[in-house]
Design a protein around this ligand. Structure first.
Ligand code: ZN
Length: 208
């Protein structure tokens, strides 16, 4: 795996991921995505921990990281809804680690980091929805995943102060739990929303 990673990227890519202004759990998630370290059916099958390597949702293709996060039709709907289209400058995510390196090379540093933050939030919510389907039989719903990804990123960028992160393995506070009081002339509204398929009584909570 070290050779595989070293073929495309050096320490700079990992340093950049750890500097993203996103919760640590999502940095860890993207690090595992880039290292092909998610427990996909393909990886479980290769380690003799699964009987088949096919996608547990469509049953048509091998469940690679790229299939489940980027190319499965329902996930493509999520990306489209989050205004991320796989062509042009950002290219196709045929291999996550190579794609991440390409994004960092093709944009200014700040633009690339903002863009990667959006990508990682979206991918994280797709992965959670996939696991809810596999382990809890909850139907995947692109609209709900899209809304959660957009909301989580909006909430983080508007309400949190993120500490700077270094590659020294020192534990830091989870960014998502950080909050600072607004200036005296401003106020903050902390909100949350719950969706349940087939239930018209969805709930929104706002706390001032
Ligand atoms: Zn599939």
């Amino acid at each position: 795996m070290e050779d595989f990673c070293g073929e495309f990227v050096g320490v700079n890519l990992w340093r950049t991921i750890w500097k993203l202004k996103i919760p640590n759990k999502i940095k860890n998630f993207w690090w595992r995505v880039c290292r092909n370290g998610l427990a996909t059916k393909e990886n479980l099958f290769r380690r003799k921990c699964a009987q088949f390597n096919t996608c547990p949702i469509c049953h048509l293709e091998v469940e690679t990281i790229e299939h489940l996060l980027f190319f499965f039709p329902w996930t493509r709907a999520v990306w489209f809804g989050c205004s991320i289209v796989f062509d042009g400058v950002i290219g196709r995510p045929d291999l996550a680690i190579k794609w991440t390196a390409h994004i960092l090379d093709s944009m200014s540093k700040q633009t690339a980091m903002n863009f990667l933050s959006k990508i990682t939030f979206t991918a994280w919510n797709i992965w959670k929805a996939r696991n809810d389907y596999v382990f809890r039989k909850e139907k995947v719903n692109p609209m709900v995943v899209m809304a959660k990804a957009n909301f989580a990123q909006m909430e983080l960028s508007s309400a949190c102060v993120i500490p700077s992160v270094h590659m020294d393995n020192q534990p830091i506070a989870d960014a998502a739990s950080s909050w600072v009081a607004p200036n005296i002339s401003k106020f903050k509204a902390n909100c949350d929303v719950t969706f349940k398929e087939g239930d018209t009584n969805n709930k929104v909570t706002v706390v001032f």
